[in-house]
Design a protein around this ligand. Structure first.
Ligand SMILES: C[S@@+](CC[C@H](N)C(=O)[O-])C[C@H]1O[C@@H](n2cnc3c(N)ncnc32)[C@H](O)[C@@H]1O
Length: 282
């Protein structure tokens, strides 16, 4: 008999067994596979949920979420982190506008994929860039996420006025010249993105861990998603993204992400190191 069973229930080894068992149970019961997410942040978020539910052990949390779908949904909302902005990292959008969009414009039809789109703001931003080059009606934007709750918000195109002031600032910083208010209507303190942008975006559930490639794209954004994955999972997701890019297509990652240290490092041309833009050779 190992000695750690006599110790505090928060013994690290016991805790790891409980977390692994919880993740296994979530996968078997609900089909969500978090087994290869980075452990420290997963651990933090699981404990956060356990403490809100006033549970002293992760095993008790497992028992709750297995028997109560609503409790599972609450845990899920802690495990996905739907933080996003329109024109997030304005410097990136400046480079896209100046150097990438003119290349995309050469195609007769542009397919864009936002993998891990959260509440859709990145896809809205791309719709605006496509409009600026006169390609909005010759494009289709696929914006996917594992969180149906985030996707439901994304489809509505509703943003609070407060967020809109931040986004207007980002847009200007990214070199945008139009009045930002020309992209939406306001109603009861909320901004609603014009339908002509929303109509070009297909919001759909897609899990990068368990689902396959579903099309070929000229540009894929997968920003601030793989940061939560371990190395093995990153490698698998990179394979999926590479397969989904057309030759000459662009991959855009988040500013703390990179293809370096993956087996795909040598397969891309680094188009812009600072803003993590990579190009698949033709
Ligand atoms: C921090 S947000 C990033 C949003 C946006 N890409 C950005 O950078 O502004 C991370 C998103 O990844 C999503 N996500 C996490 N795991 C995923 C998976 N396995 N497949 C698809 N999306 C996932 C989460 O639901 C969340 O909406």
């Amino acid at each position: 008999m190992t000695d750690f069973l006599d110790n505090s229930p928060y013994d690290e080894r016991l805790e790891k067994i409980e977390i692994e068992s919880l993740l296994e149970a979530l996968f078997k019961r609900y089909g969500y596979d978090f087994r290869n997410y980075a452990y420290p942040s997963l651990r933090r978020r699981i404990w956060h949920r356990a403490s809100i539910e006033q549970l002293e052990t992760i095993s008790l949390l497992q028992n709750l979420v297995l028997h109560d779908r609503d409790a599972f949904e609450r845990l899920l909302s802690d495990l996905v982190i739907p933080v996003t902005e329109m024109f997030r990292d304005p410097g990136l959008f400046q480079i896209l506008r100046a150097r990438v969009m003119p290349i995309l414009k050469e195609a007769s039809f542009i397919r864009v994929w936002h993998a891990g789109c959260a509440t859709g703001e990145e896809a809205y931003s791309m719709a605006i860039l496509l409009d600026e080059i006169g390609m909005l009606n010759h494009s289709r934007i696929y914006a996917t996420d594992i969180s149906e709750a985030s996707l439901q918000r994304a489809r509505q195109g509703l943003i609070s006025q407060e967020r809109m002031s931040l986004y207007a600032h980002n847009y200007e910083q990214s070199g945008g010249k139009a009045p930002f208010a020309s992209f939406y209507e306001t109603n009861h303190g909320q901004a609603m993105l014009h339908a002509r942008y929303l109509e070009r975006i297909v919001f759909a559930e897609h899990n990068l861990v368990t689902d396959r490639s579903f099309n070929e794209f000229q540009i894929i954004f997968c920003r601030n998603v793989m940061i939560y994955f371990d190395n093995e999972l990153r490698e698998r997701v990179h394979a999926l993204l590479y397969e989904s890019l057309s030759p000459g297509g662009f991959l855009v990652l988040g500013n703390k992400e990179s293809v370096a240290f993956t087996s795909f490092a040598g397969r891309y041309e680094t188009w812009n190191d600072e803003y993590r833009i990579y190009r698949k050779p033709r």
